[in-house]
Write a protein that binds this ligand. Sequence first.
Ligand SMILES: [Zn+2]
Length: 248
Amino acid sequence: MKNIVYTVEHPDDETLWVGGTISALNESEEYNVYVLCLWGLLEAPDEFREECFYKATANCKKSYIFTRGSHGDHPIEIGLKNMGLAPADVDLMITHPPYGDEHQHPHHKIVYHESKNWGSQHGVPVGSFSFFAMPFRYKQIAMHAKRLGQLHLLNLFKVERTTVNEEYNFFPNYYVQFLVDMQHKNEMLEKYHSIDFNKHKEGYYAWTSNCEGYYLTDAGLEVMNDLIESMPTPTNSENLYSKYHNGL
Ligand SMILES: [Zn+2]
């Protein structure tokens, strides 16, 4: 079993950006999914929204909201401890992208940096979800069309490093996109009675998007690869491109 920890800022971020893949990972026998919400790091939590978060993440192995700490407490350490994890138990941490998602929320950016720093201190790979592809140079390396239930592998791109990576100070090796089961994502979203449903639906591209993407390092892809490998190739697309080396 591999342990994936999602670190997010607000209760609902996990559902909005990656609810579909969290649901798919929960169904897989290869993974334990943990969701750590660091809300109390930067904002004052409200109890009703906390309750919604625990309902939305009920199918995960464990979830936890960091609500407040004393001076010197490290919110990620506290969160992991409360979920029964030591740093060495974490195979992959996934968090917000450095640009702070579609509204470029400054608190999302802070959680990205907190997670990244924690990961480099403990030698744990850290990836970022990203609802939209950043303007990097990509090479498609997914050679087969794969699908598991309603989960489709849409793209697996190698990020070819250019000066744009330096401009953004962001150096992932891969970008993978899945088409997810909207029903599962919607079931999670519906748990959030505490937020203004219609306002969020209008204001967030990701609310109605069935595409979820991740920037990963080599080590991060290795962890995610069990999921990708477990996805069957329907029809005979095993040979989709391999026989065309001499031209189509
Ligand atoms: Zn948020």
